[in-house]
Design a protein around this ligand. Structure first.
Ligand code: PEP
Ligand code: MN
Length: 349
C-alpha cells in the first residue's frame, strides 16, 4: 500500500532542509523546560520537543512528569512562539495532548513495535489533522515501521514523518542503536535522531552530517540547558549553544547538484549488478552439476571441509581487494546456502 502523505507544514516554519526539532529528552521541571526552550528559541529553533511520558525499560526509573508537563509545553508555546511536540503511547495521551493544543506528536520506538498500541493511537486520532512522527521500532523491521505509519494514515492523517533512531543490537560498538542507514532509505520525510543512534554527544555532529548527505529532511536532537544533570539520557544531550554550533557546521548538499554524474555512476552500478547475477547463475548451474555428481556417487551434499575452506579463502581474497573479510564471508554463506538448496532439488528429483 502507498502511503498518502503531505508535507509536514507548520505555519511560519520555513520548509528548508534540515527541519529542526530540539528539546530535552524529558521535561523535568518547569524551570528546565522554560530555560531550554528560551535558549533554543533565541537560536531560531521553531519546534520544541520534550517527553512527558517516558517508557522505561525497568520500573522505578524516572517515568516522566506526566500531565503536569503539558502546561509547561503550553507555556513554551505562549512565551516563545515555538511549536511543541511530545511522545504519545496510549489513547489517553493523545486526548490529553489534543486538549492541551500540542502541535506535533511522535510515537516512540517501543510503541511502534506494538501494533495494538499503534492502532489504539490511530483510532484516537481519527479525523484529527496533526503531524505525527513515527519512530522506527527497536528491532530492524522496516515493514513493522511502515505498518505503523499505515495505521495512522488509515485514520486520515497525512502529515506523517519517519524518525530514524537506530536499531537495538547486542553487537554494540560505537553506537547506542545501530544506524543501518539502508533500512529507511526508501521512506519519504525522514527525520534523523542522532541522539538515540549515537547515545553520546560527540557522535551527534557526524551523524547529522551523514543524515544530510543521505537526503534526510530533518533532525530531532535532544537538547538540555544542563545536559550533565538531565534526568534521562544525560550522555547524549547537548546544550542549545552546542546544537547551534553543530547546525552551523553542517554542509547541506543539494540532492540535484550532481545528478548527471550520479546517473552515470548508477548506470555503472546496474551493470555491475547484472554481471554479478549472471555470474551467480553460472555458479548455480555448476553447483547443480556437482549435485548430479554427488547423487550418482551417493555423497552427502554438505562437504564441511570444502565449505570452511571456501569461506576462509574468499574472506582473505576479499580483504586483499579492500573489503571486510567478514562481509565477504557473509556473502559466501548466502551463496552457499542457495547452492545447497539447488543441489537438494537435484537430489530429491
Ligand atoms: C525519546 O525520543 O526520548 C525516546 C524515548 O526515544 P525512542 O522512542 O527512540 O527510544
Ligand atoms: Mn531520550
Amino acid at each position: 500500500m502507498e502511503l498518502e502523505l503531505e508535507p509536514i507544514t507548520l505555519p511560519g516554519v520555513e520548509e528548508k532542509r534540515p527541519q529542526i526539532i530540539a528539546g530535552p529528552c524529558s521535561a523535568e521541571t518547569e524551570e528546565q523546560v522554560m530555560t531550554t526552550a528560551k535558549q533554543l528559541a533565541d537560536k531560531g529553533i521553531k519546534i520544541f520537543r520534550a517527553g512527558i511520558w517516558k517508557p522505561r525499560t525497568k520500573p522505578g526509573g524516572f517515568e516522566g512528569v506526566g500531565i503536569d508537563g503539558l502546561s509547561w509545553l503550553k507555556k513554551v508555546k505562549k512565551e516563545t512562539g515555538m511549536y511543541v511536540a511530545t511522545e504519545v503511547a496510549t489513547a489517553k495521551h493523545v486526548y490529553e495532548c489534543l486538549k492541551a493544543g500540542i502541535d506535533v506528536l511522535w510515537i516512540g520506538a517501543r510503541t511502534t513495535a506494538n501494533p495494538f498500541a499503534v492502532q489504539e493511537i490511530a483510532d484516537a486520532l481519527k479525523g484529527v489533522d496533526i503531524p505525527v512522527l513515527v519512530k522506527n521500532p527497536v528491532n530492524p523491521d522496516l515493514e513493522l515501521w511502515i505498518g505503523a505509519m499505515e495505521r495512522i494514515n488509515n485514520s486520515g492523517l497525512k502529515r506523517l514523518g519517519a524518525i530514524h533512531r537506530g536499531f537495538s543490537s547486542y553487537d554494540k560498538k560505537i553506537y547506542r542503536n545501530l544506524p543501518q542507514w539502508h533500512i529507511p532509505i526508501e521512506l519519504r520525510r525522514r527525520i534523523c535522531d542522532p541522539s538515540h543512534i549515537g547515545g553520546k554527544r560527540e557522535l551527534i555532529a557526524p551523524l547529522c552530517q551523514q543524515a544530510m548527505d543521505l537526503g534526510f529532511n530533518g533532525l530531532i536532537v535532544e537538547t538540555h540547558c544542563n545536559p550533565d544533570c538531565a534526568w534521562s539520557d544525560a550522555p547524549q544531550q547537548v546544550t542549545p549553544d552546542v546544537l547551534d554550533y553543530i547546525l552551523n557546521l553542517l554542509v547541506i548538499r543539494k540532492e540535484t547538484q550532481s545528478t548527471e554524474n550520479l546517473n552515470e555512476l548508477r548506470k555503472q552500478i546496474d551493470e555491475c549488478d547484472n554481471n554479478l547475477i549472471q555470474e551467480l547463475a553460472k555458479r548455480m548451474r555448476i553447483a547443480r552439476e556437482i549435485g548430479t555428481y554427488k547423487k550418482e556417487h551417493n555423497m552427502t551434499i554438505l562437504q564441511t571441509g570444502r565449505y570452511n575452506e571456501i569461506l576462509e579463502k574468499r574472506g582473505s581474497q576479499g580483504a586483499l581487494c579492500g573489503m571486510d573479510a567478514k562481509f565477504i564471508k557473509t556473502v559466501f554463506e548466502a551463496i552457499h546456502e542457495e547452492s545447497v538448496r539447488q543441489q537438494m532439488e537435484i537430489i530429491n528429483k
